[in-house]
Design a protein around this ligand. Structure first.
Ligand SMILES: [Fe+2]
Length: 233
């Protein structure tokens, strides 16, 4: 990780770090989130390849037990993270495994057994958007939603390339469905049900990969983003 320090999101429970990633000619921020579970083990959401220093920092927080690939795209850092934390089990979608031969998935994120492994976490699949194949997680103890590409935004902290592209695509300082996703919503009724299920959770915050952490008004901002692509939530 070309790394910024881990920052505290929820004291003793959630930390996050961002790294720059280039995608379609723009430099986005990509977030990895670390959740300390009730048993003290760590869940790493959207793992980045850990440096030695970051691995030591994580081990000091607790044993790394779970690595979560949230959709069919955010899998690139997981093989290195899995090698670094060999006792951790990898949760993710089959679509990621089919794209990345280096990837080992231990628990399919769509499997009903997910809840037995992680009873404090609810899996909320974003159905109707198989292109993305994302599953949002709701961590009940901290009332936190964890997603990746469900929505994004750009703001003053972002690199000029993404600030510029975000102004052109309407994402600057606005929470929006990613431009490459909005044309690929295959089933808008299914997506509406999925987004409504997310909106129904009593969450205090929505954490996604390519945006600042969304707290104030997260529900209205998420709903607006999906309504703009024709999903009736
Ligand atoms: Fe992404």
């Amino acid at each position: 990780m070309a790394d910024r320090a881990l920052t505290v999101v929820v004291p003793d429970r959630i930390w996050a770090t961002e790294r720059p990633v280039w995608f379609s000619g723009v430099r986005l921020r990509a977030r990895t989130t670390v959740v300390r579970l009730d048993d003290g083990g760590l869940l790493i959401h959207s793992p980045a390849p850990p440096t030695d220093a970051r691995a030591a920092e994580l081990r000091a927080l607790g044993p790394v037990r779970w690595l979560v690939i949230p959709n069919g795209f955010h899998h690139l850092g997981t093989p290195a993270a899995a090698a670094c934390f060999p006792d951790a089990r990898v949760i993710g979608p089959a679509s990621a495994a089919s794209k990345n031969p280096a990837l080992r998935i231990d628990v399919d994120i769509a499997d009903a057994a997910f809840g037995a492994h992680l009873p404090e976490v609810e899996a909320l699949p974003l159905t109707g958007v198989p292109f993305l194949d994302e599953t949002v997680l709701y961590h009940r103890p901290t009332q936190t939603l964890l997603g990746a590409d469900l929505v994004l935004t750009a703001d003053a902290d972002d690199h000029w390339t993404w600030r510029w592209a975000a102004r052109v695509t309407g994402c600057y300082q606005r929470v929006r469905v990613p431009p490459d996703v909005k044309k690929r919503v295959a089933d808008k009724a299914a997506a509406a049900r999925a987004v409504r299920a997310i909106l129904d959770r009593p969450a205090k915050r929505l954490i996604v990969a390519h945006a600042a952490i969304i707290e104030d008004g997260w529900r209205d901002r998420l709903a607006e983003a999906w309504r703009l692509v024709g999903v009736d939530v």
